[in-house]
Design a protein around this ligand. Structure first.
Ligand code: SF4
Ligand code: SF4
Length: 132
């Protein structure tokens, strides 16, 4: 199991209506981060502030400058410290990572999924509870 390389696949895949925020998170944005709350409509994220329709891409996902010697695009989250718990919890399970093409997964993880889950939970210790 490798560390996240910021390939952006998860944000691109799930932000098209596949993410949610809790009522508490939304209320906190309304009070402390109204710019984030603008992209919430009827309790759903991430919505167009004008039309209130579902956006097809997260408004906080940004392409990072290409580093020298690296040809793949990397992505960052412009609200990283304030992102919803749904985002903080990914990646959760090995099976979902494989399905999503998450680049943290290494070939040997497929042969040892229990160990891979333990390694993943250690890497994710700052973001979510352990699942192993
Ligand atoms: S809020 Fe941040 S972590 Fe969540 S989908 Fe958008 S860019 Fe990704
Ligand atoms: S898909 Fe995996 S490697 Fe890519 S940004 Fe998401 S967590 Fe990181």
């Amino acid at each position: 199991m490798k560390e996240c390389n910021q390939c952006g696949k998860c944000c691109i895949h799930y932000a098209d209506g596949g993410l949610s925020a809790t009522t508490e998170e939304i209320q906190n944005w309304e009070i402390f981060n109204p710019a984030i709350a603008e992209y919430v409509a009827n309790g759903k994220i991430w919505m167009d502030p004008v039309t209130h329709k579902q956006l097809t891409r997260c408004p906080w996902l940004e392409e990072l400058p290409i580093e020298s010697g690296v040809d793949s695009v990397k992505y960052g989250c412009r609200i990283y410290q304030d992102r919803p718990e749904d985002c903080r919890h990914y990646p959760t399970y090995i099976a979902e990572m494989v399905r999503d093409g998450c680049e943290m997964v290494e070939v040997q993880d497929l042969d040892t999924p229990k160990q891979a889950q333990i390694s993943l939970d250690i890497l994710m210790a700052d973001s979510r509870p352990s699942l192993s």
